[in-house]
Design a protein around this ligand. Structure first.
Ligand code: CLR
Length: 382
């Protein structure tokens, strides 16, 4: 039967939601879904998943060679996957439909400086509403490491699952002691959302993603679910190859949500069984009206408390305000201005590193961070 995990009163609405996504491709975020599947968290909060093991992020700065740096970047990357792709199941019971951010929505956060690892700051801005695009910048200044990226999705439906192609890429920049800069182009895996029929969606990763260093070192990461290499879900195999060679210098295999090993030595490579460290934020009272937790506060409260009438009334208010704003802009012939990012049609770093990787497509647009955020959200001026 449909929807084992769906509350009885919402079964028919879940069935029609599934029917509508089966015959639909494009922007899932704007579709109305039954209340049980709604998450109180906006997509602008998701970039925080990149740094929930801040010691692995900052450790990249301590590498003694290009080879070791590529290993540490891969280790950090693999260790973010559990948070990125399974944490809603752990926290909310299943994958859920996040709040669809408004244009200009912001999220600021940080991971404090503990044991000399340096403070890491996070700046996120919703840079497009139609289609939804989220830009982010994560920087550990003391260690000279920064991650800049943007994230969008293209969804389709196949064999009862939602297939999500991730659009966008991330660039990790590491300042080296000799004044050089090493850059890493990070591409993003494809997702399949399974378990829809039962009403308990979860993510499996598929295909391949890459981390291409400007030094030529390349990580190739292959993702498999149940019934492949190990037969287990959330399996991966990663190969690091030297500049100009396709032979494996290092090979790692395992489960990205638990542990993985170096297949030659048997040594543990990643282990994410210990608790992660969620991003710290500033109190809602100090936030401005565009900051996600303040903006969605009453909607989120409604969803958390099962008061969906209030949630949808409050959501309506936000959407109406947005519609009015777009109309006013159109009438005035003005355009919404991004606060922290600048859009460029072609990312020069993607172009340069994409060539080494033979990336397809050869160019991508991007959102460049303006370096105009300083440790604390701007205070409202009285
Ligand atoms: C956003 C970027 C993050 C990784 C990530 C994890 C989960 C993805 C999310 C991204 C995009 C939106 C997403 C979500 C899972 C479900 C949700 C695809 C890629 C869609 C819009 C909601 C589907 C609704 C069903 C759950 C019913 O780094």
């Amino acid at each position: 039967v449909i929807g084992e995990a769906v509350p009885p009163a919402q079964k028919s609405s879940w069935a029609s939601f599934l029917k509508s996504i089966a015959s639909f491709s494009g922007d899932l975020s704007s579709m109305t879904a039954p209340p049980f599947i709604l998450s109180p968290i906006s997509l602008t909060e998701f970039p925080a998943y990149w740094c929930e093991r801040p010691e692995l992020f900052s450790a990249i700065a301590d590498a003694r060679s290009d080879e070791e740096r590529s290993m540490l970047v891969l280790k950090w990357f693999i260790s973010t996957l559990k948070g990125q792709y399974t944490s809603r199941n752990e926290k909310l019971g299943s994958e859920k439909k996040p709040l669809n951010p408004v244009l200009g929505e912001l999220f600021y956060g940080y991971w404090p400086d503990i044991n000399g690892r340096g403070q890491t700051n996070l700046v996120v801005e919703q840079v497009s509403h139609h289609p939804p695009i989220t830009a982010y910048y994560i920087e550990n200044k003391a260690k000279g490491i920064a991650l800049q990226g943007h994230s969008a999705q293209k969804t389709s439906f196949s064999g009862g699952s939602i297939i999500v192609k991730q659009i966008g890429h991330a660039i990790l920049t590491v300042n080296l002691p000799n004044g050089r800069k090493e850059e890493f182009l990070i591409t993003l895996p494809k997702l399949r959302i399974d378990g829809l029929w039962y009403g308990s969606p979860y993510i499996e990763l598929c295909d391949t993603s890459y981390i291409q260093s400007s030094t030529g070192w390349l990580s190739t990461i292959e993702y498999k679910g149940k019934g492949y290499f190990s037969g287990k879900s959330h399996s991966f195999k990663a190969v690091i190859s030297r500049p100009g060679s396709s032979n494996a210098a290092h090979t790692y295999e395992g489960l990205w949500h638990l542990t993985s090993k170096d297949i030659k030595t048997g040594a543990i490579f990643t282990d994410v069984t210990s608790p992660k460290e969620e991003v710290s934020t500033y109190p809602i009272e100090e936030q401005d009206d565009w900051e996600t937790r303040r903006l969605w506060r009453w909607v989120a409260k409604g969803i958390r408390e099962g008061d969906f009438e209030t949630a949808s009334k409050e959501k309506g208010k936000i959407e109406n305000e947005q519609r009015q704003r777009r109309k006013d802009e159109q009438a005035a012939g003005t355009q919404w201005e991004l606060k922290h990012f600048e859009h460029i049609d072609s990312d020069p770093i993607y172009e340069r590193l994409g060539k080494l990787l033979k990336a397809n497509p050869p160019t991508e647009d991007t959102y460049v961070y303006k370096h105009n955020y300083h440790d604390h959200p701007p205070q409202a001026t009285a």
